[in-house]
Design a protein around this ligand. Structure first.
Ligand code: AMP
Ligand code: ZN
Ligand code: FE
Ligand code: FE
Length: 274
């Protein structure tokens, strides 16, 4: 086994809310000395085109299919990573189309609330700004800055867009159980993303009783000491300990690609055996 093998298996491209194209990300992965990569865009597998796989092969970067799917229990958001799934699985494709439909409706509800508060952004403007990406609150926040309604994206979230804030609307998300099932049906592994974001112990325990295959223990620039409790839980529950940077490019410039990663055995255990 190659001791040097490193794979960043949590990152975003401009197919969702990252700033780089999937092809640019491959080059950055090569420059960062990574041998494996999984792009985990929000609610879309659009990064996984034939050209992407060809380019990865040329650069000798091994690809693990990935996605980060939004789910929700009682308006609390839960992100679920899917790995090693069949990216041509019809059921998963159809599920994601439904999800994008719900997302558009939810975005429309947010835009309506913003308009009522004197901060109009039209759907057309938002679409033109975000082009073909999974459009979400980060894009709305950026447009609010562009239009001078707020100074920073952070303010947009804090005052208007975060859960429970004045212009928040829920409704895109499915229950985690359903999302896990969709990933399993497409022969993938389901991993609970960034569990340290979940503040309520009882909520976390309830979640961990669901049939996850893995738990994201290494994350972005999370200090080593804060990884340990998650590694312990993963071990106790027989979950695969995963990790990655959650790179978004320019949107989160303090998070470089490859700042968290997994080694070869974890990478392989997430791959589809077929
Ligand atoms: P959406 O899927 O459209 O509801 O947007 C969710 C995304 O918004 C997450 O993946 C985060 O990147 C970002 N986000 C959520 N909450 C916040 C917050 N409080 N501050 C900044 N960004 C946030
Ligand atoms: Zn994101
Ligand atoms: Fe996330
Ligand atoms: Fe992410």
């Amino acid at each position: 086994m190659n001791k040097e093998f490193r794979a960043d298996i949590h990152c975003h491209t401009n197919c969702s809310d990252g700033s780089d194209t999937p092809l640019a990300l491959l080059k950055f992965a090569k420059n960062a000395g990574l041998q494996g990569l999984s792009i985990t865009d929000h609610d879309t597998m659009d990064a996984y085109t034939p050209t992407f796989f060809e380019e990865a092969k040329k650069l000798e970067i091994e690809i693990l299919t990935g996605i980060e799917i939004s789910s929700e229990i009682d308006e609390v958001s839960v992100h679920i990573l899917g790995y090693g799934y069949d990216h041509q699985h019809q059921g998963l494709k159809e599920f994601l189309v439904l999800m994008q439909g719900r997302r558009s409706e939810r975005n429309r509800a947010i835009l309506k609330k913003l308009k009522e508060r004197g901060m109009p952004i039209t759907e057309e403007e938002l679409k033109a700004y975000a082009t073909e990406r999974t459009i979400g609150r980060p894009h709305i926040a950026q447009m609010m800055v562009k239009k001078g309604y707020v100074q920073t994206s952070r303010d947009a979230f804090d005052f208007y867009l975060k859960e429970g804030a004045l212009c928040y609307a829920s409704g895109i998300k499915y229950h985690p159980k359903e999302v896990i099932e969709q990933i399993h049906n497409a022969k993938g592994k389901a991993v609970l993303a960034h569990p340290h974001f979940i503040k309520k112990g009882s909520f976390l325990r309830k979640l961990l009783d669901l049939p996850f295959d893995g738990l994201e223990c290494y994350y972005a620039r999370l200090p080593k000491a804060l990884e340990l409790p998650w590694l312990k839980i993963a071990k106790e529950r027989g979950l695969i300990p995963t990790g990655g940077s959650d790179y978004h490019g320019e949107i989160k410039p303090h998070i470089p690609l490859g700042c968290s990663w997994v080694g070869e055995s974890i990478f392989r255990s997430l791959q589809n055996p077929e």
